[in-house]
Design a binder for this molecule. Structure first.
Ligand code: B3K
Ligand code: ZN
Length: 854
């Protein structure tokens, strides 16, 4: 497979004005007829993409073409000597029933319970028909769907124009949909199914009434209210914050149980993984439910950032994803404490994106080449992409950022554009914004180091900061980037802030001078995580404890506790902190914080996951040692606060369910306290767990209790697991939880994983189920990185390589940091990856494997 390079971008030779699709579904295949009206843009042949299609007929301007008239190669159909204006009619046959890759048009479900859905981004439309399937070709789509009447639901993008019976076929019916907006083929969608619908409406700021619909299986329709409310909230939020209103008359969301990722923003017809849209108190944990709202918002926000303004080519993926993630993070921050939102976003960034940037899969937020674009839907493109937009927004300030985004929408609406276009619109009030382009081009996480010098004679404080980014092979030597460092100086005696300033570090080393500073202050840096960098500042542990007490922003308080924890846990790797300062500081803070902000208090007790700790270790990583140290500190924390747990647990009584930030905070903290109490062997904690399970008002309480019972191997854990299974047997998403709580248990063994994989409810065709075991398993590196653990994991990749290469490749990417392991694990992992290379054939897995092997 060949590499595609950003520098080779060329405009398409033809533009498509209109597409008429006629998709007829039959028992064992589908027939797709398309009519494309095209106009020449530049010289050259007409190139259409197509994969896994049976070409039946092509006509051009009414004249049938024969095999001499076109050239069919792997993946393309090329027609030479084409007039400047043409109507192309193409007939193909496809087989959605055997499409296990879940790209293009595929059948989901099994037996009597099946439906047909599409996933076209990035290049799935070419599995439906031959087409110039690239994001810079925009067209008006009209779609006719025809199917057996046992599929009453026929949906496609846009507005319903007509529906009825098929002449001469009493069992069949059809519907015709027309989408009036110009769109790229990756935003095409259709659904043929038997679903119920939850309906609502929304009146836009422009006074237009929009029909809102969420389609789900009848058993799930009672779990769509949270999503519906989130949709209305998102519509309002985008009007208020970005001045963007919805444009079509109808907005549809469809829940599908077999889906490769979270959700897809198809114009007017979003398709969602059931896990990302269904939510009810009894079956969904708070954190899952909160992410349902965030994903609904994300896909809705794409309507402007992605759909109305789209990407010129797939290298620009971050243009829509980074900006849209930034928008959904801002939306979520308005739904809960913004400190907690920032904590969660930063924790994810540090655990996954920093690891990616430090390993062999490191790539710029805007990659420069790829073999398979599906491999680049990464945390770097999404989350680091969002951090760049955040830095720009903070640098500009709210008003100028809004001027910039207004300009972006004004200038580029209806177009397919680049990151440079985005920056040029945002820089209308400040040209310096264009300098952020290097953040899109340069891989690797910058490390910012610094120290301070205080001169009491002149009352000046000098902060020296320097930045360094590792040189990733295959890229230019790294340059200094513009790094905004939000800074505050705290008076040591009063604990008050004396000065706040945004420092802009844009050279290799810089000094920043603060005048008239009476007494050496404690400096708080990178407040609110003002840039996606690693910070090494010469703090004393006591400074960090001081900041935990005096910082005014909850995020910064969390950040300093994490610094303390990291200093303790990465001991022997350069730092020498004893846990005492940390334990005392937390013990002092917790009681008040628990009453003021329970959610923040829960986060303050965070000890980074084994994976996050591993991401900071670049050689000789010993998973056993990390686990030991991590658990050791957790035990010390639990013991140090042993006499607080009972009081705290009782202060957080179970109440009838409510979906408020406060109630969610109480539930989150209660679960953490329960785990701490069991860790510290507090008398009676076993019974608390059982009572919490038995009397639970919602899934957060029930699952929280189940999880601690499993992790602490309480005597009745198996009985409770069995009870949980029986209660929720008919709910796939809850059974996913049942699988994952076992697969991620602190005490998991390879035998346990093996038996989950052979359980009658395990299903290779449902990505959620595969992830509920296999991805859950990666949270236990001591088991994963063993001979048996890797054999299991790699066998799964092999098995999925052909059936679902997108999923297989994604699972493989998690093994990227094998190279940091200590021997003999490192050699063992290397050998197994080499064996895998002999056994796979998808370009997805092969490209990832080539990078992973380095
Ligand atoms: N744009 C889609 C992702 C498509 C992934 C294709 N492998 C969902 C999203 O980011 O909103
Ligand atoms: Zn997205």
């Amino acid at each position: 497979p060949s590499k595609i390079n950003l520098k080779d971008y060329k405009k398409p030779s033809f533009d498509v004005e209109t597409v008429d699709l006629d998709i007829k579904l039959f028992e064992d295949h589908a027939q797709v007829d398309s009519t494309l009206k095209m106009v020449r843009q530049t010289a050259g042949d007409l190139v259409l993409f197509g994969e896994e299609l049976d070409l039946i007929a092509v006509t051009m301007n009414g004249k049938p073409l024969t095999v001499e008239d076109y050239q069919q190669q792997a993946g393309t159909l090329t027609i030479a000597n084409v007039p400047d204006e043409l109507v192309l009619e193409i007939q193909v046959r496809i087989c959605p029933q055997t499409n296990t890759a879940l790209e293009g048009l595929y059948m989901a479900g099994s037996g009597d319970d099946t439906m047909f859905v599409t996933q076209c981004e990035p290049e799935g439309f070419r599995k439906i028909t031959f087409y110039p399937d690239r994001p810079d070709v925009l067209a008006i789509f009209t779609t006719r769907l025809e199917a057996d009447k046992r599929y009453p639901t026929l949906l496609a993008n846009g507005n319903l124009v007509e529906a009825g019976e098929v002449a001469d076929a009493p069992d069949r019916h059809y519907a015709i949909w027309h989408d009036p907006t110009n769109k790229p083929s990756y935003l095409f969608a259709c659904v043929v199914a038997d679903l119920d619908v939850l309906t609502d409406s929304y009146t836009t700021s422009e006074g237009r009434d929009i029909l809102l619909e969420i389609y789900a299986k009848s058993a799930d329709i009672d779990k769509c209210d949270v999503g519906m409310q989130a949709l209305k909230d998102s519509m309002k939020w985008d009007e208020v914050n970005y001045g963007r209103a919805y444009d079509l008359d109808r907005y549809m969301i469809v829940a599908v149980s077999q889906f490769n990722m979270g959700a897809m923003e198809n114009k007017g017809l979003n398709i969602f993984n059931t896990a990302c849209v269904l939510s009810s108190p009894e079956t969904t944990t708070d954190s899952r439910s909160f992410s349902v709202k965030a994903i609904i918002a994300h896909e809705y926000f794409h309507n402007w950032t992605g759909n109305r303004i789209t990407c010129r080519d797939w290298f620009q993926l971050c243009l829509k994803e980074g900006f849209t993630v930034y928008r959904d993070q801002s939306f979520s921050a308005d739904q809960q404490s913004s400190a907690v939102q920032r904590i969660d976003d930063v924790a994810t960034l540090r655990a996954h994106q920093f690891a990616e940037d430090a390993g062999p899969l490191a790539h710029p937020v805007r990659p420069e080449s790829f073999v398979e674009i599906n491999n680049f839907y990464t945390t770097t493109v999404y989350e680091k992409g969002a951090e760049i937009v955040r830095m720009i927004a903070n640098t500009l300030g709210a008003d100028n950022f809004r001027k910039g985004t207004d300009e972006y929408f004004r200038r580029y609406d209806g177009q397919a554009v680049t990151v440079e276009d985005f920056l040029s619109a945002l820089s209308i009030t400040d040209d310096k914004i264009e300098d952020f382009i290097d953040w899109y081009r340069q891989p690797g996480t910058p490390v910012v180091s610094g120290h301070q010098d205080y001169d009491s004679a002149t009352q000046t404080l000098t902060i020296t900061l320097s930045q360094q980014t590792r040189h990733v092979s295959g890229f230019d030597a790294p340059k200094p980037l513009p790094i905004p460092v939000a800074t505050a100086l705290f008076d040591k005696d009063s604990g008050d802030i004396v000065t706040e300033r945004m420092l802009l570090l844009d050279q290799a080393t810089q000094t920043f001078v603060f005048e008239n500073v009476a007494g050496e202050p404690v400096v708080s840096l990178l407040r609110d995580f003002s840039a996606p960098v690693q910070l090494n500042y010469d703090y004393q542990d006591e400074d960090l404890a001081f900041l935990l007490k005096h910082e005014t922003n909850g995020f910064n308080r969390w950040q300093v506790t994490q610094m303390l924890v990291n200093r303790i846990l990465l001991q022997g790797r350069g730092s020498k902190s004893s846990p005492d300062v940390y334990l005392q500081a937390v013990a002092k803070t917790l009681p008040t914080l628990a009453t003021d902000d329970a959610m923040l208090a829960a986060r303050l007790l965070d000890i980074p996951s084994a994976q996050e700790l591993a991401s900071a270790i670049h050689t000789d990583y010993d998973p056993e040692l990390v686990k030991q140290q991590r658990e050791g500190l957790y035990q010390q924390l639990a013991d140090a606060l042993k006499n607080q747990w009972a009081t705290l647990y009782k202060q957080l009584p179970m109440q009838s369910y409510e979906d408020s930030a406060e109630a969610r905070g109480t539930r989150a903290l209660r679960n953490v306290v329960l785990d701490m109490a069991l860790t510290a062997n507090v008398d009676g904690a076993n019974e608390w767990a059982q009572q919490q399970y038995d009397n639970a008002s919602c899934m957060t309480e029930r699952f929280g209790a189940l999880k601690v019972m499993v992790n602490h191997q309480l005597a009745d854990a198996d009985a409770y697991l069995a009870d949980f299974y029986n209660r929720f047997q008919n709910n796939d998403l809850v059974i996913d939880l049942w699988f994952s709580v076992q697969a991620s248990a602190d005490t998991v063994t390879t035998e346990a994983i093996q038996s989950l994989l052979t359980h009658t409810d395990f299903d290779w065709n449902t990505p959620n189920r595969v992830r509920s075991v296999i991805s859950a398993f990666t949270s236990q590196p001591t088991v994963l990185w063993t001979e048996e653990g890797l054999d299991i994991y790699i066998a799964v990749i092999k098995k999925l390589d052909d059936a679902n290469p997108v999923l297989a490749s994604r699972l493989l990417q998690v093994l990227a940091r094998w190279n940091t392991l200590s021997e003999p694990r490192r050699q063992m992992a290397h050998d197994k990856l080499l064996d895998l290379q002999q056994a796979v054939s998808s370009k997805h897995v092969l490209e990832s494997l080539t990078s992973v092997l380095g």
